[in-house]
Design a protein around this ligand. Structure first.
Ligand code: AMP
Length: 401
């Protein structure tokens, strides 16, 4: 990768603006799952251990009106970060103005400061003005003026053009670098798609084919095989004239599915059997059927023959990218397909196995197979954008080496 990284920047005595992803769940003023804060620690620690003054920016939730603000304050995050770093973290409850500027002026080398939720800028005087999420040019310029260099470690928002990522970076030419997390994402997802070790197999699942058409299209040119599972498989069934019963089908996407099938030939691998249920419920009556699905039944997971078939396709893979579950994994009776594929990927010692964020990440974590895989992406939307072969504005704005 040709992007500047944190280790390329001068840090000693510098005001280091950092975009991190602290978009964590908060309940009653307390941080729940702090994985994202923990994930940002290596870059923050590197900066402060090298004498930088770390000035952290993140968004938290969506701010659409003044009333959203109190519940989406970054204060609880500052407290948790302080505990994790075992040192004080200055929290500044505003996103601009004298209070912020003075707090930055008062910092010493190695200090850490957290700015209020960047999306507070989306609402001014009760109006939804989207200064942060609309990348208001004045805001990016102002934030950039507060520091000497910029580090973007928030992959999860890299597919969005916001003031706190693109705005700051474009106002600091030559001084915007990727943090460790960002660097890792670019390395794994970038290499997988642009320069994969072969065979390169993609596994695509999840509810809707409409969300993944861009990805399928792009990966058809890149991957050796694309394995399809989850609800989207049944739109392909419909396109092939296989009966789908009450399974999830996007009728307006059947034509697109036909085009993809024509283009793909035997590159696209579809389920040969399915676990079907008589209602969308874990207590439903179930059976395994091959091919046609009768009315009154819906496919909620791939069947045992399909699991075997997919394992066979995957067994010699050198690169695997997985996005989207193979069935309704949230219900235990329909989690087997996702679980077995995840477990099998964990046994592929010679392969780079990458999970592309969002629901697939939730699935491998919930099913306990995450630690056997090479890379679990932190960004759902961002990793999909990557897999579609599109430029991510947040990454494009990082300076080249
Ligand atoms: P996505 O966000 O597109 O990755 O989709 C994930 C969602 O797809 C999960 O909530 C799954 O429960 C759902 N899903 C997976 N397979 C099926 C299926 N066969 N029928 C309905 N929903 C499904």
């Amino acid at each position: 990768m040709a992007k500047l990284t944190v280790e390329d920047l001068p840090l000693e005595g510098k005001k280091v603006l950092m975009r991190v992803d602290f978009n964590v769940p908060i309940k009653d003023g307390v941080v729940g799952d702090d994985n994202r804060i923990v994930a940002a620690l290596p870059t923050i620690k590197y900066v402060i251990e090298h004498g930088g003054r770390a000035i952290l920016f993140s968004h938290l939730g969506r701010v659409k009106m003044e009333e959203d603000k109190p519940g989406l304050s970054m204060r609880p995050v500052a407290e948790r970060l302080s505990n994790l770093l075992n040192k004080p973290v200055t929290f500044v409850p505003v996103t601009e103005g004298k209070q912020l500027e003075d707090a930055i002026d008062n910092m010493n080398n190695g200090d850490v400061l957290l700015v209020q939720n960047t999306r507070y800028e989306d609402v001014k005087d009760g109006k939804y003005v989207k200064r942060e999420s609309g990348n208001d040019p004045e805001l990016g310029k102002y934030w950039a003026s507060l520091g000497d260099v910029f580090i973007n470690d928030a992959f999860g928002t890299a597919h969005r053009k916001h003031a706190s990522n693109v705005g700051i970076a474009t106002n600091m030419p030559g001084k915007a670098a990727a943090g460790y997390l960002m660097e890792k994402e670019i390395k794994f997802l970038g290499n997988a798609v642009d320069d994969p070790q072969r065979p390169f197999i993609a596994i695509l699942g999840g509810a809707k084919v409409s969300d993944k058409i861009g990805v399928i299209d792009h990966l058809l040119d890149k991957a050796d095989k694309i394995i399809i599972g989850g609800g989207m498989a049944y739109t392909f069934y419909a396109a092939k004239g296989i009966k789908v019963g009450n399974s999830l089908v996007e009728k307006d996407k059947i034509d697109v599915a036909k085009e993809i099938l024509d283009k793909a030939g035997d590159k696209l691998v579809l389920p040969v059997d399915n676990v079907v249920a008589d209602k969308f419920n874990n207590d439903a009556n179930t059976k395994v059927v091959e091919g046609d699905i009768d009315d009154g039944w819906m496919a909620l997971d791939i069947g045992p023959k399909t699991i075997k078939l997919y394992e066979d396709v995957l067994k010699d893979a050198k690169t695997v990218v997985w996005n989207g579950p193979m069935g309704v994994f949230e219900m235990s009776n329909f989690a087997k397909g996702t679980l077995e594929i995840g477990k099998f990927l964990g046994t592929l010692d010679d392969a780079t196995t990458i999970v592309g964020g969002g629901d697939s990440t939730a699935a491998v974590k919930q099913l306990g197979v995450a630690d056997k895989l090479t890379h679990i992406s932190t960004g759902g939307g961002a990793s999909l954008t990557y897999l579609e072969g599109k430029t991510l504005p947040g990454i494009a704005a990082i300076s080249e080496k």
